[in-house]
Design a protein around this ligand. Structure first.
Ligand code: PGA
Length: 223
């Protein structure tokens, strides 16, 4: 698979924001799958500055920590702060994985599926919180985070002890049903796993490698 190399984080952010902008302008009733983490910060900033009309857009976040949703580092707070409170999206058009998970899946399916899903990639090859070893057939569920992911995410929580150990994530099969997928990766600590995922063996040990089985994926990287 082609990995498109961009010159800077700014260019990575604006390139993915361009794709989101085109999608919303051409299809106002778009359904988006949305990521959190540090990589998409710049992309959300770009999108907000473009003052798009979100009144018909429906969003599904990829994952949430199992934690108090009012915690400053909850993904619900992250999304409010970085996107939702800064656009005209309707509060009840933005969805986070919820119980029963079959109802969350039905919500996606009932809205005719995700048109554009934006992903990051973890240093261990996870997409959303589908950790290494996740079956390609997984749907939305509770997962235990890997030691690597807890360690990586502890930078947001101050210590490993205070970092959530479990999450709810869309499954790999759920993500793969998206019509178009864009993966963004930032930093040379991601390059090795990105190459393995896109051009190595398709294996459940590297969850992002499942994307090789999708026919509409774009991958962007900057160091
Ligand atoms: P990051 O996380 O953007 O904070 O590096 C990416 C991910 O874990 O999917």
């Amino acid at each position: 698979m082609e990995i498109k190399i961009l010159k800077s984080y700014k260019e990575l952010s604006s390139t993915v924001a361009d794709i989101v902008e085109t999608q919303i302008k051409e299809h106002p009733l778009t359904k988006l799958g949305l990521p959190t983490g540090s990589t998409p910060f710049g992309m959300y900033e770009e999108i907000v500055n473009r003052k798009l009309d979100w009144s018909l857009v429906i969003t599904f976040n990829l994952d949430v920590y199992l934690m108090n949703v009012n915690h400053p580092e909850s993904y619900q707070n992250y999304m409010r702060k970085n996107l939702f409170d800064r656009t005209n999206i309707f509060p009840d058009h933005s969805h986070f994985p919820f119980r029963p998970f079959s109802a969350f899946e039905d919500k996606i399916e009932g809205s005719m599926g995700i048109d554009l899903c934006i992903l990051g990639i973890g240093t261990n090859g996870h997409i959303a919180f589908n950790e290494p070893g996740s079956s390609f057939k997984t749907r939305t569920r509770v997962v235990n985070l890997s030691e690597q992911t807890i360690e990586d995410n502890s930078r947001f929580f101050g210590s490993v002890d205070d970092t959530p150990k479990q999450a709810i994530t869309m499954g790999l099969e759920t993500i793969m049903e998206s019509k178009k997928i864009v993966l963004m990766a930032n930093g040379d600590h991601k390059l090795n796993i990105l190459n393995m995922a896109m051009n190595g063996e398709v294996t459940e040990d590297v969850p992002a490698s499942v994307l090789q089985n999708h026919d509409n994926v774009e991958v962007f990287y900057c160091d």
